[in-house]
Design a protein around this ligand. Structure first.
Ligand code: FAD
Length: 462
């Protein structure tokens, strides 16, 4: 039996960030258990052309930058901070384990092991069950329950002879087919559409089955640092002012699109989905060249000559390659209190910033004692699904920001932490000049009014 201070289940981004912050701020020992053979969680199962959708500059753990803060000079991310590939993310976490965690002598790592509950851990290879006792807390870093196409089971039927693949198999299988059918309306489907087009597929040979259209965040507004202050903090001011002026939900989304905060692929369709995906205008423009978009709800069954959907059917091309992009990614479990006795369940406490949420939770664990006060600072929110969740998440963010802002040391910690994302710098004085002052003034003015209007709209939604 091993005894440690913290027992962390999961060595994905959440578990690694939590452990890293504990190593930085405490003397604690931790044990980390994971089914995968390497840290990085779902990034181990990702397709080869996956990239972060947010800048590497604020992904990963607190103690170590991911990438080199380069601005891309070519491609659809031109002019913006680099986006790590899946391979770069897994390599980053693997090196972190090898170069920082294990040499610290304070981390015990159990790869390829299932956590069975009650401190019991079973090795995938030997089948042996070991016990790990903890002096302080059990940290559940599996809450987000991430599923990607290569690890999920599709919810629709596929008749014999239909060729269905995950994006992982696309580079190998795509050249054997003239027609490609993308299934799903989320970020993975968008990645696949962009990849096919970049690799030379003709737009008219791509069909896109979109069960729900999606509002996406414009990457232009997510760039951190002083050079982008006007677009990120200024964009936040635009966002708050749009919320203040909005008279209805439809009006709100049109305003957010008008000020360049949110994007949609087809301007004639009202999206009903929001999952925090971030893409660039260049990608949106590329995706708009795909004209054969089917909007008849979820896929029920694919046969060689037809596709049956929730609201009808369309003809299928017998030799088409179907690409499954229907995995849910993150979310699906109800929120629970983050701190509950000897258990910590790491959840999203700042919209869209999962790594930051984990680092923040570890910081609060390391610096506060009172459980009620800790939970008050770490109010969890649901990962978005419906477009209406944009309102709930933005309101929750505003409320948390207000609570955190009361404590000067915490406010400073947030604004200086590498994971706190674009716009956080608005709280410190790194950007100078009359324009920066004017943006700060607009933020000060609009923030409370935006919170009030959002609270009213969310209450009306029920
Ligand atoms: C394609 C894609 C792109 C994304 N891009 C971004 C981005 O740019 N920015 C961003 O902030 N977020 C992004 N996300 C969201 C992303 O999911 C999170 O950033 C983060 O990687 C989630 O990490 P996690 O640790 O919660 O989950 P996971 O990566 O799933 O890790 C959880 C780990 O727990 C292990 N585990 C679970 N149960 C057990 C058990 N009982 N015993 C042992 N081990 C167990 C699993 O094996 C897994 O390794 C993206 C997600 C996807 C799918």
């Amino acid at each position: 039996m091993l005894t440690t201070d913290y027992l962390i289940i999961g060595s994905g981004a959440v578990g690694m960030t939590f452990a890293d912050q504990l190593l930085t701020e405490t003397d604690a020992e931790v044990a980390i258990v994971d089914r995968h053979h390497m840290p990085g969680g779902h990034w181990n199962d990702a397709y080869s052309f996956v990239r972060l959708h947010q800048p590497s500059a604020f992904y990963g753990v607190g103690s170590r930058p991911l990438g080199s803060n380069r601005i891309d000079e070519t491609g659809f991310n031109k002019g913006y901070y680099e986006l790590a590939s899946g391979a770069e993310v897994t390599s980053y976490f693997e090196r972190l384990m090898r170069e920082r965690f294990l040499p610290s002598g304070r981390v015990h790592y159990f790869p390829m092991c299932d956590y069975l509950g009650d401190g019991k851990v079973r090795s995938h290879l030997s089948g042996a069950v070991h016990e790990i006792a903890f002096r302080k807390k059990l940290v559940d870093a599996t809450y987000f329950n991430t599923t990607v196409p290569s690890t999920h089971t599709p919810s629709f039927e596929v008749a014999e002879g239909v060729k269905l693949v995950t994006p992982n198999a696309l580079p190998r299988t795509a050249p054997d087919h003239e027609d490609h059918v993308i299934l799903g309306g989320g970020k993975t489907a968008m990645d696949v559409g962009v990849w096919l087009l970049q690799m030379g597929a003709r737009p008219e040979k791509i069909r896109w089955i979109v069960p729900r259209d999606c509002w996406v965040i414009n990457r232009d507004t997510t760039q951190p640092g002083e050079a982008f202050f006007q677009r990120s903090a200024g964009g936040q001011a635009d966002l708050f002012e749009s919320v203040v002026q909005a008279t209805s939900v439809t009006d709100l989304f049109e305003r957010l699109e008008g000020v360049g905060q949110l994007l949609r692929i087809d301007r004639t369709v009202q999206p009903t989905m929001y999952r925090g995906a971030t893409i660039s205008v260049a990608e949106v423009e590329m995706l708009r060249t795909i004209k054969d978009v089917v909007r008849q709800g979820y896929v029920r069954r694919i046969e060689r000559d037809r596709i049956l959907l929730e609201r009808g059917e369309v003809a299928g091309a017998p030799d088409a390659l179907y690409i499954d992009c229907t995995a849910r990614a993150v979310g699906g479990r109800p929120n629970v209190p983050v701190f509950e006795g000897d258990r910590i369940t790491v959840q999203m406490i700042r919209a869209g910033l999962i790594c930051f949420s984990s680092a923040f939770t570890a910081h609060i664990e390391a610096t506060h004692d009172d459980e009620a006060a800790k939970n008050d600072l770490c109010l969890p929110m649901q990962v978005g699904s419906s477009h209406l969740d944009w309102l709930r998440l933005t309101l929750a963010d505003l409320r948390s920001g207000r609570r955190w802002g009361v404590d000067k040391a915490l406010r400073r910690w947030v604004s200086e932490h590498r994971l706190s994302g674009a716009g956080a710098g608005a709280q410190d004085a790194s950007a100078h000049g009359p324009e920066a002052d004017r943006i700060r003034e607009r933020l000060r003015e609009a923030r409370p009014k935006a919170e009030a209007n959002l609270a009213r709209m969310v209450a009306e939604l029920g």
